[in-house]
Design a protein around this ligand. Structure first.
Ligand code: PEP
Ligand code: MG
Length: 841
């Protein structure tokens, strides 16, 4: 019989069952298991199965899993005495559930006041037939995280409980992207071939080598040290096999290994001879000419020996206070965007759990430095484990605080790098505080080897009007200090050691850019029409009320995409109907009479939500996400549609993400009709489809029989058309919506929509891309929903275009061989146009 993976039914602290303050459980009178001290308020199913017991006082429930294991979950201790008060049951006896389904909701505050303990035992009551393996207690878990495996006794292919000598080997991981999903899966598959218990240890944590999820959660990066350890009959062979696999067989070669953990800077080579042009991902737009200045941050020394809690605890307090004071002082003088980031840092520093974890570690004998590193390391693991690249980029903020507090403990101060005037800063990674410490008046641009376009550094750079390119790769650090560079963040390129001609062109372009931006801002609030009179709507993508205000100020003519996820992420329960209605109404209010397109919830895939535990998926981007989540959790969809209808104005529309087939769209339409019938007086809001899958693009003619408008999500359409994960830095730079394959999808969408007279807009990243706008208009798109900041320039550009020249350009683009060729063609159009403009002036 196959092993059964138990997923955490609660968010909270996972502890050994023996630590339950009740001998009935602690002495395993009911069976073996684990205990969770919850911080959430809903008990979820830890696996698929049948509800076989539901206590009449609603505080306990038993499931029979498909492999016959019977699992009792008992919310809190002595909670039977509450007589059902504060519990809400979501299932009934005999009902079949799947992993992650809600079982019982409870009022955490009431329980905390009234119950003897919140600790919730999870016990296998027919333990004689099952053994529990792979338990890793003593850590935080979130709903849906694996907590243990149930193995039928006698069914295991492995030898009896492993015994014998523990074998260990340390290796340095040479994989370019560390142990990410693919290596983790390969390692776990290899580990399963051995009987021994095998674990990998890194960064102060350990993971069962058979669990790919646990392996990924180790957060192992290229050149991290990892220890492979095994116990059992074939332990030695297992350790060797995994070491060989990781060292030699997984085909993801890294650059040359650094000599030490803190390597000296690579020998600088005359860059122009070797590098020429590097490409990366735009984090903040703009063009700059400057000189290379590499930032090589030294490791902060951490004292490992503890002087005892009596000295280490106050040392931590002082260090935290020093960093807090420093950030508070910075906040006073900082502009708005920086204040928000500094505020987030202060909130992290004040996080009681984080500080308490560090103090507990000090109590257990760690030095303040080690304790802080470990405590924040745990947080970093959690954040990284969320799986959302945007959230994962918050790791930078935590790493920043790790560094600042360690610096304060060491008594050192971060020496701000002395920059030459007009510096283009080159760094492996840049932390927000490092950027804020720099003399911005000397900084012309930023270019990092790693990083992502939504990190706080990217936001800061944009707020400081400094062009920034990220994910350029390690080559960036081999550029000689002082080399002349042209950073074209709009085009995603860094040109090293350009010749005189290229320099002269760039200088002219920098001056022209400044003039152009000023002129665009002056006409930002006027209507937008092409030079031959076609009306093109320029809308904005929003994810908050603040965005709505910024969009109106920037001249946006409405909102073409409200990403409602912002209301649902980073909290422990979904916003209720009232909260949603109030929020949508406030955004509608900020937009006045302008149109507002509200997208229904688009979570799943790379956007994880704790309280909506999607069972582990091998390929989340192809699993439950977008509309599929809404259909999987219809109560959420209903609440959202009700909230939208309650807040709707004449210009409100609803749009559905991630549609692949008409029947999915029709299912939402049916719920919308039902909800509308329940709300007398609710307006008839138009329902549109987002085209983000090749399936939707190819069948737009079918979808548009029902969908009343279409908006193309080019971010996802590009990732699914090109089969390249938009969140994977190894391929992100190639996920370009201007690839002719994606453009053909757009053309097909317009063709299908036209058959039913449906308008087509674009709301993906391509809509904010000035190189793409003429092509999109040429393909028949009539509205662009872009990031608010680019609206003035987008309108200015459209005013210079005629639909006929756009159509010619689009037709050419469709037959070019690559995105790069399309970009080149578009750039050629722009430059011939601007030289014509100069000639005419
Ligand atoms: C898109 O996929 O282009 C889009 C706009 O949706 P999101 O970026 O929110 O996935
Ligand atoms: Mg999308």
């Amino acid at each position: 019989m196959a092993d059964l993976l138990l997923l955490s039914p609660l968010t909270g602290w996972l502890a050994p069952l023996e630590e339950t303050p009740d001998p009935v459980f602690a002495e395993k009178m009911l069976g073996d298991g684990v205990a969770i001290d919850p911080v959430g308020d809903t008990l979820h199913a830890p696996c698929a199965g049948l509800v076989i017991g539901l206590h009449h006082t609603r505080h306990a429930v038993s499931l029979r899993a498909d492999n016959g294991a019977e699992i009792l979950m008992h919310i809190g201790l002595e909670t039977v005495a509450l007589n059902g008060e504060g519990f809400t049951v979501h299932v009934s006896e005999g009902q079949r559930v799947v992993a992650g389904d809600r079982l019982i909701g409870f009022d955490l505050d009431r329980l905390a006041r009234r119950a003897r303990s919140l600790v919730t035992p999870i016990v296998v009551t027919n333990g004689e037939a099952f053994e529990i393996v792979g338990r890793r207690t003593g850590r935080e878990v979130a709903v849906g995280e694996p907590i243990a495996t149930l193995r039928a006794i006698g069914a295991s292919t492995t030898a009896p409980a492993p015994e014998g000598e523990r074998i260990e080997r340390a290796i340095r991981v040479p994989l370019a992207h560390g142990i990410h999903a693919r290596p983790a899966a390969t390692i776990s598959a290899r580990a399963k071939a051995f009987a021994a218990d095998i674990s990998l240890g890194a960064n102060g944590r350990s993971a069962n080598a058979r669990s790919p999820v646990a392996l990924m959660a180790l957060g192992v990066r290229c050149y991290d040290d990892v220890s492979i350890s095994a116990i059992g009959p074939d332990a030695a062979r297992a350790v060797e096999a995994l070491a060989t696999l990781i060292l030699h067989e997984i085909d993801e070669p890294a650059e040359a290994e650094p000599v030490s953990a803190a390597p000296p800077p690579p020998a600088a080579v005359p860059a122009s001879e070797t590098l020429g042009r590097l490409t990366g991902v735009t984090a903040a737009p703009g063009l700059a000419i400057g000189v290379a200045a590499r930032l090589i941050a030294a490791e902060v020394a951490v004292t490992t020996a503890s002087r005892g809690a009596g000295a280490e605890d106050p040392a931590l307090t002082d260090a935290l206070a020093a960093v807090t004071t420093r950030i508070e002082a910075q906040t006073l003088a900082a502009p708005k965007a920086q204040r928000a980031i500094l505020g987030a840092h202060l909130a992290f520093l004040e996080d009681p759990e984080l500080v308490q974890t560090a103090r507990d570690l000090i109590g257990q004998g760690a030095s303040a430095g080690v304790a802080w590193k470990q405590a924040i390391g745990g947080y970093i693991e959690l954040v990284r484990g969320v799986g959302d690249p945007r959230i994962a980029e918050r790791v930078d903020d935590l790493a920043d605080l790790e560094r600042q507090v360690l610096l304060a403990l060491s008594g050192e101060t971060a020496a701000a790098a002395a920059l030459p005037k007009g510096a283009i800063l080159l760094a492996h990674d840049l932390l927000p505080s490092q950027l804020m410490d720099l003399d911005a008046s000397r900084l012309a641009g930023i270019c990092t080897a790693g990083g992502g376009p939504t990190s706080h550094v990217a936001i800061l750079a944009a707020s400081m009007n400094i062009p920034a390119l990220v994910a350029v790769g390690p080559g960036v650090m081999t550029i000689a200090d002082g080399a002349t560079l042209i950073l074209d963040a709009d085009a995603g390129t860094l040109q090293v050691g350009p010749d005189q001609h290229a320099l002269a062109l760039a200088q002219t372009a920098v001056a022209a850019n400044q003039n152009r931006r000023q002129a665009a801002r002056a006409r930002a609030h006027e209507d937008c029409r092409t030079a031959d009179g076609a009306r093109i709507e320029v809308l904005a993508n929003l994810a908050s009320l603040a965005d709505a205000n910024a969009a109106v100020a920037a001249g946006a003519e409405g909102c073409g995409l409200l990403r409602t996820e912002f209301l649902f992420l980073h909290r422990d329960r979904a916003p209720d109907e009232d909260e949603q209605a109030a929020c949508y109404a406030a955004i509608g209010e900020a937009l006045g009479e302008r149109p507002l397109v509200i997208r229904t919830l688009d979570v799943g895939g790379d956007k994880a939500v704790d309280y909506l535990p999607i069972p582990p998926e091998e390929n989340p981007a192809l699993g439950l996400r977008g509309l599929r989540v809404s259909l999987w959790r219809p109560e959420l969809l209903r609440a959202q549609l009700r909230a939208i209808l309650r807040s709707a104005k004449a210009n409100t529309r609803i749009m559905i993400p991630m549609v692949a087939s008409l029947h999915e769209f029709s299912a939402v339409r049916a719920v919308l009709d039902q909800v509308r019938a329940e709300l007398p007086g609710a307006p008839a809001v138009k329902l549109g489809v987002m085209v983000e899958t090749p399936a939707a693009a190819m069948t737009a003619d079918i979808l548009c029989a029902e969908a009343e408008f279409v908006s193309i999500g080019t971010n996802d359409l590009a990732q699914y058309t090109l089969a390249m994960d938009r969140g994977n830095p190894a391929v992100a730079a190639e996920v370009d919506g201007l690839h002719p394959a994606v453009l053909r999808m757009i053309a097909k969408t317009v063709e299908g929509a036209k058959q039913h007279g449906r308008p087509v807009s674009v709301c993906g990243g391509l809509a904010s891309d000035l190189a793409a706008a003429p092509i999109l208009l040429g393909l028949g798109v009539t509205a662009l929903s872009a990031s608010p900041a680019i609206v003035p320039e987008l309108k200015a550009l459209i005013r210079t275009l005629t639909l006929s020249e756009c159509a010619i350009l689009a037709a050419e683009a469709l037959s070019l061989p690559s995105a790069a060729a399309v970009r080149e063609r578009s750039a050629a159009r722009a430059s011939s146009k601007s030289s014509l403009g100069r000639g005419a002036a």
